[in-house]
Design a protein around this ligand. Structure first.
Ligand code: R2B
Ligand code: URA
Length: 313
């Protein structure tokens, strides 16, 4: 086992026996009089977190602010909680870093692109849920990805997030030392989501590994970036090796998402639609309408899962 992983694994095991509250892996926070969540423009000194967020049970996160607004409008209608004017206020209106929407027990938050962006958002989201005294939280990333060997528009529920060398781990440098964190996701939740997809029966869905990269172009073996020093054969060899190791899609946030949810005791899943088959090309060339419809698929699946969990199906 890699150095660093065993201690953190022990902490995960300890914490999973402590029930379903958010586990905050930071003793310093207890000593702070006030906690400012700077990138959300929210703070415990200025906002009543238990009153604002205490009833949250489902948190959905995704890259784009407009997609996360569309998701809250969709889920509001599905749960019969739609607003009169069809509008939903952005709780983080004091900043343009992230957008956040809430309806009933569902919170919808944007996270931007890439590991650093989602990691900052997750630090503040996990603290928000802790300060609000939330329990039994299910956190799901709904996003887009590039598929490997799948028909475009297929949905991948992540079994394990792996790095660009196909290892199920996330490397975080802390105080100059590389810590290796596990990227396991909740197996039971992945199965429940798969069952929901079967019940909807509208699009192809698979459970598979998701490769999380640090970049969209060279990092994902594309030939169409500003820099590319390999040939098509080398690219295809890499993508086929990824496929053979169990990878079915590629995106840019799942590893740190899984690692942080693991350490915080949060039940989590990643559900991404594939916009193209990377064995057939690199450019995302489908029409706007087709891409919009593809992006609604993870929303539909997770919307159905939430309705079912609330006994509304
Ligand atoms: C999927 O799509 C984005 C890149 O286009 C990135 O945020 C991701 O994970
Ligand atoms: N997002 C990615 O990270 N890669 C793709 O190919 C498509 C969407």
């Amino acid at each position: 086992m890699a150095p660093g992983i065993s201690n953190e694994k022990k902490k995960e095991d300890e914490q999973s026996s402590k029930g379903n509250a958010i586990h905050l892996c930071n003793p310093h926070l207890e000593k702070m009089k006030e906690d400012i969540l700077y990138h959300f423009a929210l703070g415990t000194g200025t906002h009543d977190f238990p009153a604002l967020f205490g009833d949250v049970k489902f948190v959905c996160v995704g890259g784009s602010p407009s997609r996360m607004k569309a998701f809250i409008a969709y889920i509001a209608e599905e749960l019969g909680l739609g607003s009169q004017d069809g509008d939903y206020p952005n709780i983080c209106a004091g900043t343009d870093r992230y957008a956040m929407y809430k309806v009933g027990p569902v919170l919808s938050v944007s996270h931007g692109m890439g590991i650093p962006s989602i990691s900052i958002m997750l630090h503040e989201l996990i603290k928000l849920l802790y300060h609000a005294k939330c329990s039994n939280i299910t956190l799901i990333r709904i996003g887009t990805s590039g598929g490997i060997g799948l028909e475009p528009g297929s949905v991948v529920i992540t079994r394990q997030s792996v790095d660009a060398t196909f290892k199920p781990q996330f490397e975080q440098v802390v105080l100059g030392k590389t810590i290796i964190r596990s990227t396991n996701l909740d197996e039971e939740l992945a199965k429940e989501l798969m069952q929901c997809s079967k019940e909807i029966n509208e699009f192809n869905t698979v459970i598979g590994n998701t490769m999380c990269t640090l970049d969209f172009y060279e990092g994902q073996g594309r030939l169409d970036g500003a820099i590319c020093l390999y040939n098509e054969e080398e690219k295809l060899q890499y993508l086929k090796a990824a496929y053979d190791s169990g990878v079915r899609n590629i995106e840019m946030e799942s590893s740190v998402f899984a690692a942080m949810c693991n350490l915080s005791g949060v039940r989590a899943a990643v559900v991404c639609v594939t916009l193209l088959n990377r064995l057939e090309g690199d450019q995302i060339s489908s029409s706007h309408d087709i891409l919009v419809e593809y992006q609604q698929r993870p929303q539909k699946l997770v919307g159905y899962f939430i309705k079912k969990s609330l006994g509304k199906v």
